[in-house]
Write a protein that binds this ligand. Structure first.
Ligand SMILES: *[C@@H]1O[C@H](CO)[C@@H](O)[C@H](O)[C@H]1NC(C)=O
Ligand SMILES: *[C@@H]1O[C@H](CO)[C@@H](O)[C@H](O)[C@H]1NC(C)=O
Length: 274
């Protein structure tokens, strides 16, 4: 009886294995990729400064495009950061089935853009106490990121921070307080229900803030010092009725809000700030 059961089990497992083997040649999904990468062999310099260009004598640019498997995309994203200053990746295929993680090393990259890369996790490796003073452009639009990376407050050179078309539900603005030169903060098309700061934040150079297409019901600008803010998008937050603390005097370059827009503006408030 026991041996019969064993035979039966063996038979079943044999059958199952055979079944898998027969199905083992499915069409392997292909993902489009297009990337540019600038390698710079001279890595003696440390902090990024406005106007930096990779010197032609010590740098070279790679540009490739094509279609690849998940393994190919993983390999492309695992490039050697120790000699890379720029990496711009984009894809035009549906990447729902790509589940990528990317880890940023400290003081290597100046520009990183991963657009539609199936990114679900973004991590920073910042050993010791030093901050990152190189990464000026962190753009990861059209991915599935739910959180800001741990340590984002240590990216002090940021000029552009683009997390649009992701899955963020909240944003603590004071986490970027050390990025004093920030110029663009792009967070449209997330699921933001809050965009908060618990203390005064001073972004002297910020000229573009995009919070459109989120789920904000309340927004308070009282703690924001952004004298250069010029482009402020907050449309398509359908339940948003006002922006607390907003006056024309505090944001002199912002043209105003669209009264017929896709918010739920309190018209009395709106008239008082236009
Ligand atoms: C990648 O695949 C798409 C669709 O299958 C095709 O249109 C495109 O030409 C391919 N691109 C390259 C660079 O092979
Ligand atoms: C609309 O805004 C005005 C002026 O800010 C305020 O007094 C009023 O209470 C607001 N109405 C609603 C329904 O919130």
């Amino acid at each position: 009886m026991a041996s019969l059961r064993l035979l039966l089990l063996l038979g079943i497992s044999f059958y199952t294995t055979g079944g898998t083997a027969a199905k083992a040649r499915p069409v392997v999904a292909q993902y489009h990729y297009d990337y540019s990468r600038i390698q710079e062999t001279e890595q003696g310099w440390k902090c990024w400064k406005e106007g930096y260009r990779p010197p032609p004598a010590t740098s070279n640019k790679i540009h490739e495009q094509g279609n690849g498997t998940v393994a190919d995309i993983e390999r492309i994203l695992r490039f050697d950061q120790s000699n890379t200053v720029l990496f711009l990746f984009s894809s035009n295929t549906d990447n729902q089935n790509l589940h990528m993680t990317f880890t940023i090393e400290r003081n290597k990259l100046v520009r990183l853009s991963l657009d539609n890369a199936g990114l679900e996790r973004l991590e920073l490796v910042l050993p010791g106490r030093d901050n990152d003073c190189r990464l000026a452009d962190l753009s990861v639009p059209r991915n599935r990121l739910r959180d800001l990376p741990v340590g984002v407050e240590r990216l002090t050179a940021l000029r552009k921070f683009d997390f649009s078309y992701n899955l963020l539900e909240e944003f603590q603005l004071d986490r970027l307080a050390n990025a004093v030169g920030l110029k663009q903060l792009l967070l449209s098309h997330n699921r933001l229900e809050s965009f908060l700061t618990t203390e005064q934040v001073n972004f002297a150079s910020l000229h573009k803030l995009d919070l459109s297409n989120n789920r904000l019901r309340a927004l308070d600008s009282s703690y924001w010092t952004m004298p250069q803010l010029e482009t402020f998008h907050v449309d398509n937050n359908r339940h948003l009725s006002s922006v607390g603390g907003w006056t024309r005097a505090r944001f002199p370059l912002v043209k105003g809000f669209d009264p017929a827009g896709t918010n739920n503006w309190n018209q009395t408030w709106l008239k008082s700030v236009q």
